[in-house]
Write a protein that binds this ligand. Structure first.
Ligand code: HEC
Length: 102
């Protein structure tokens, strides 16, 4: 009984911690100077991004590529510059995190 509770607590805590780590990664890579989770800044709110791509299987790969290379025309006229400070693994991690935010 106690053991089960402990396992659950650890599982919940690590999920929360990894979401926190991903947000910290976004902050450290300067993403949050143009994006917020729930409101539009220079770029779209991450919640809106997650909703737009909900249920699309290749969304994480597509967004990871866009994060690295930048691009425009999906959310308006303002382009996102290439984020050369982000490697492929980090881009994939950030894209996956953004997609969880709906
Ligand atoms: C200089 C401002 C700026 C920075 C820095 C920035 N973004 Fe963006 N981002 C934008 C803009 C503007 C758009 C909308 C582009 C469009 O309409 O295609 C966007 C779009 C996006 C999208 C949605 C792409 C799509 O095609 O729907 C994601 C995901 C994203 N950004 C993640 C990130 C991540 C992760 C970082 C940090 C590594 C980051 N952005 C850094 C401005 C920025």
């Amino acid at each position: 009984m106690f053991k089960t509770a402990l396992v659950i607590i650890i599982a919940v805590a690590s999920v929360n911690l990894s979401a926190f780590a991903d947000q910290a990664l976004a902050a450290s890579k300067n993403c949050l100077s143009c994006h917020a989770i729930d409101k539009k800044l220079v770029g779209p709110a991450y919640k809106d991004v997650a909703q737009k791509y909900a249920g699309q299987k290749d969304a994480a790969a597509k967004l990871a590529a866009k994060i690295m290379k930048g691009g425009s025309g999906v959310w308006g006229a303002v382009p996102m510059p290439a984020n050369t400070q982000v490697n492929e693994a980090e881009a994939r991690k950030l894209a996956t995190w953004v997609l969880t935010l709906k």
